[in-house]
Design a protein around this ligand. Structure first.
Ligand SMILES: NC(=O)c1ccc[n+]([C@@H]2O[C@H](COP(=O)([O-])OP(=O)(O)OC[C@H]3O[C@@H](n4cnc5c(N)ncnc54)[C@H](O)[C@@H]3O)[C@@H](O)[C@H]2O)c1
Length: 460
């Protein structure tokens, strides 16, 4: 429903470019509830059988299916839609079983359809900003991430179908595949071995007194079914989990999930050879610090971004739906960078499942054996192309060596130049655009930038 609300906000329904022309839920009351909330869809044909709806695709005239059912039926519904020649936008995860994950991309290619996965955080400006900043901190050696949920959110999760792995998949997949996806996309690291422990430490019978003391707090997020008490309910999914990863470049990464905290959080800290990024999604803050700038009186922070308090989706539901509409409107052309990565959706799910497999055998490490030689090679290039690599060269560069520097910098994508900030650069793209402007002033500013980066490397 959240998504439909965002789709309505996109205004595309109004122009008729995107329309909802059929509704399906195997529980008819769920459709009734939906229509009660969105009466503008009261006349849309309703189906309690997905197969029947697909069989009517041509008559009704739809070309895309949007899947937001429980996780256990995603794979089957995606495959059936692809077989019917329909494009798919599906909620994460694409499947809850490893063996199902491997065939999806190929099937989409064969059937010439898009499979777009609802990884909402990919659209969050917050993570896009971190991805930009990663290039500045040199070779990544360590990553720390966490996710916690507030009391009402944890109670919601462990009160509905998500508490059963048979329906939602492991919690690390259902809840944290977003975090795995962001880890892979933002850092460019390739985990090769993963180990994990999981436990049920919070929503337990022993803690049921918490609910008795403050039922309003725990129930405040419940929309429909208030009959299940998350503390006393049967469940198969973990409510806390810790993951450790060793990556192909030697970097180590940890992630931890905890379902009961005083407040929600999503934190990402990336430690590079030349600097550190500390990012807190909910607070909307990102800080980049340089080890060379750190002194007793200076905390070394070279850039500080404040985006304001965000929700746990990085306020990106609207961007997510806007981009979906763009793809749909452009006749199924899959040209948006966030949407051409169904492989990314698959590998983040594989990583979640591998970690969970380790947790089921009490932390025994599991190999991440799904990476292709091309992906392993791309990770090496990603690492070489970061500022740590360029620093080796700019250290040697000065105004007389601008040609060398220009050549090296030309390997980087150039974005908008920002001539107001020429005194000191804190991003490679700014420096590169300045160099390419090739004016005398620009050349001397570029030399200043080179010095700055050389300082990052400890060179000056
Ligand atoms: N991107 C995000 O951050 C995010 C946030 C919330 C939910 N989700 C995902 O969205 C999906 C739905 O979650 P929700 O919270 O809306 O769940 P929900 O329980 O509110 O809705 C799921 C609906 O699917 C229906 N359903 C189950 N099997 C079906 C079948 N075979 N055919 C037709 N309908 C069927 C159920 O009757 C139910 O009404 C899940 O996959 C979840 O992981 C993603």
């Amino acid at each position: 429903m959240e998504l439909v609300r965002e789709l309505i906000k996109c205004n595309l329904f109004k122009d008729g470019n995107v329309q909802i022309v059929a509704l399906c839920d195997n529980v008819s009351e769920a459709i009734d509830r939906f229509v009660k909330q969105y009466p503008q869809f009261a006349d849309v044909p309703r189906y309690t059988s997905y197969d029947e709806m697909l069989a009517n695709a041509k008559t009704i005239g739809f070309t895309w299916v949007m899947i937001a059912s429980t996780n256990n039926v995603h794979y089957e519904q995606i495959c059936k839609a692809m077989d019917a020649g329909l494009h798919v936008w599906t909620e994460k995860p694409v499947a809850i079983k490893e063996e199902h994950l491997h065939g999806i991309e190929e099937k989409a290619r064969k059937n010439n359809v898009n499979v777009v996965v609802g990884y909402v955080l990919r659209h969050a400006p917050f993570y896009q900003k971190i991805a930009e900043m990663v290039k500045r901190i040199g070779k990544i050696g360590s990553v720390y991430m966490n996710e916690t949920t507030s009391p009402w959110h944890g109670f919601f999760i462990f009160g509905d179908w998500r508490r059963f792995e048979e329906i939602g998949g492991p919690m690390l997949l259902e809840k944290c595949c977003h975090d795995m996806d962001m880890f892979l996309r933002v850092t460019g690291l390739i985990p090769i071995r993963v180990s994990s422990f999981g436990a049920n430490n919070f929503f337990t019978q022993r803690n049921a007194f918490l609910f008795e003391k403050n039922p309003e707090l725990f129930c405040s997020g419940l929309l429909n079914d208030k009959s299940v008490n998350a503390f006393t309910s049967k469940k198969t999914a973990y409510d806390t989990q810790t993951v450790m990863m060793r990556c192909s470049n030697g970097a180590l990464a940890t992630f931890s999930f905890c379902a009961l905290s005083h407040d929600k959080s999503r934190v990402m800290e990336i430690y590079g050879a030349y600097g550190t990024i500390k990012a807190d999604l909910i607070k909307g803050t990102i800080e980049v610090s340089s080890h060379c700038d750190y002194t007793e009186h200076n905390d070394g922070i070279v850039e500080s971004v404040t985006m304001g308090r965000q929700n746990c989706h990085g306020n990106a539901d609207g961007y997510n739906m806007n981009n979906l509409c763009k793809v749909v409107v452009e006749s199924g052309e899959d040209d948006h960078e966030n949407y051409d990565d169904s492989r990314g959706a698959v590998v983040s799910a594989l990583l979640s499942l591998a970690a969970d497999r380790s947790a089921k055998i009490d932390g025994v490490p599991v190999n991440c054996d799904w990476w292709t030689p091309e992906e392993l090679a791309a990770a090496e290039v990603f690492e070489k192309d970061n500022i740590g690599w360029i620093v080796e060269y700019v250290e040697k560069a000065d105004a007389e060596h601008m040609d060398t520097l220009t050549k090296i910098c030309s390997k980087f994508p150039i974005t908008a130049s920002d001539s107001d900030k020429l005194n000191r650069y804190t991003s490679v793209s700014e420096m590169v655009s300045c160099i390419n402007a090739a004016t005398t002033a620009a050349a001397s500013e570029a030399a200043a930038a080179a010095k700055f980066y050389a300082r990052l490397a400890g060179g000056v």
